[in-house]
Each structure stands twice: as C-alpha cells, then as structure tokens.
Design a protein around this ligand. Structure first.
Ligand SMILES: [Zn+2]
Length: 74
C-alpha cells in the first residue's frame, strides 16, 4: 500500500483531558489529504474514531497536527 501522507495527531480527551498522539497514515487516493489544511477538511479525518485509553471516552478534540515525512524506500 502506498501512502499519500502521514500525520501525527495530538488528541485531547473531552472527558479526562489527557492527550495522546496517534500516527495517521493516509492511503494513496485521488482525494487523499496531503497537507494539514486538506486533512482538517477531509472526510478521511471525519471517519477516524477516537478512543481514550484511560477513561474509554469516545470524544476527542484535535489540539495539534503535524505532517510527517514519509520514509523513502532505499
Ligand atoms: Zn479520557
């Protein structure tokens, strides 16, 4: 599977306020988000589910997004 982009999301639980970082790999597709602005507007992001590991709340807020470099195969 080739990737269009890779992001690191920083999510804060609405319930217990703990934050966690998750790596989000975006599969290659015509409408795949390739930068942070596109990601924030994307249906792909809407489909992501948040589950707090601490309190099991399903509601999270995105507090930060970084775009990561894709590793290039040697
Ligand atoms: Zn929580």
């Amino acid at each position: 599977m080739s990737l269009a982009a890779r992001f690191k999301l920083h999510l804060q639980c609405e319930n217990c306020r703990r934050t966690r970082a998750v790596i989000l790999d975006v599969p290659e597709a015509d409408d795949a988000p390739r930068d942070v602005d596109e990601l924030m507007d994307s249906a792909f992001l809407q489909q992501q589910r948040f589950d707090c590991l601490v309190c099991e709340s399903g509601i999270g807020t995105i507090v930060g997004v970084n775009r990561l470099a894709l590793e290039v195969a040697a």
